[in-house]
Design a protein. Structure first.
Length: 281
């Protein structure tokens, strides 16, 4: 089977997504995404009322399921992506939430909620990667945002309604800012991020959590930090960027076989094969 005939799922070796998503520093991006997503009250209320995220004893398992969904969506075959997508859409279609400010009931799969959560991921992964020094040009950044519209379709969004460039994503956040704030559930989630209840075997993570959480907070946009009641100073932005660069450079010293997950290592190998195939064509 030729390289070009393989089933790469949503993305593939010529995508920016595969070049970016495997970097260990993007763990910070995942935490940033959770904090950003929590600033949409309706989305946060829906999550708090329908999941185990607010239960300290069960939250870790839920985060593991979320990480597995992202893994399959990024690296899985078309069949695997379709399977997890159908499962998520079916689950969301059954759930509803209560707006604690108006008393109205809303569907969890409301397009506004889904779009906010989707772009929270996209913006966070891209922002952390670029600030850390992962090689991403302005054109690459736009391609990444555009590629992620395929991921948006997995959860039930119409890709045509999803921002397809960095500029469109920025305009979306400018439009949304007057409509969002840090509700009580969001502030509680922020506190738990600093002191998570993790399984015994992950005790070292609990000890490192305050530092990792602190870094994730400082990578948020200034307006988002202010919503959480924290300083939104330019000096904090600079400090976070310097730390991210240091983390990224530090991970580059670790041999690739230990630095990357099995999926990321496979993706890197396929990228090399794709480049060789392209040169030979």
């Amino acid at each position: 089977m030729a390289v070009e005939d393989k089933d790469y799922g949503l993305f593939g070796p010529d995508s920016v997504t595969w070049r970016v998503m495997g970097e260990p520093v993007l763990i910070v991006g995942g935490l940033r995404a959770l904090l950003l997503q929590a600033l949409h009250p309706q989305s946060m209320w829906g999550t708090a009322q329908n999941s185990e995220l607010m239960n300290p004893r069960a939250a870790w398992a839920r985060l593991e399921r979320t990480a597995e969904f992202v893994r399959v969506r990024t690296y899985g075959t078309a069949e695997e992506v379709d399977r997890v997508g159908r499962r998520v859409r079916k689950l969301h279609a059954k759930l509803s939430g209560l707006n604690l400010r108006t008393g109205e009931v809303f569907p969890i799969d409301d397009p506004e909620n889904l779009l906010w959560v989707h772009l929270g991921e996209v913006d966070s992964y891209l922002d952390v990667a670029r600030r850390a020094g992962v090689p991403i040009s302005a054109e690459d950044a736009d391609r990444f945002v555009d590629e992620q519209r395929l991921a948006a379709a997995v959860v039930g969004l119409d890709p045509e309604t999803v921002p397809a460039s960095v500029a469109e994503m920025k305009a979306y956040y400018e439009e949304m800012r007057p409509r969002i704030w840090a509700c009580k559930e969001a502030r509680d989630g922020l506190k738990r991020l600093f002191y998570p209840d993790v399984p015994r075997q992950l005790l070292p993570l609990k000890l490192a959590a305050p530092a990792i959480a602190g870094l994730a907070v400082t990578t948020l946009p200034r307006w988002a930090r202010r919503m959480y009641g924290m300083p939104g100073l330019p000096t904090s932005d600079l400090a976070a960027t310097l730390v991210l660069k240091g983390l990224y450079r530090g991970t580059q010293l670790i041999p690739a076989q230990y630095r990357y997950s099995p999926d990321a290592k496979r993706a890197r190998q396929l990228i090399r094969e794709h480049e060789t195939f392209a040169l030979a064509s």
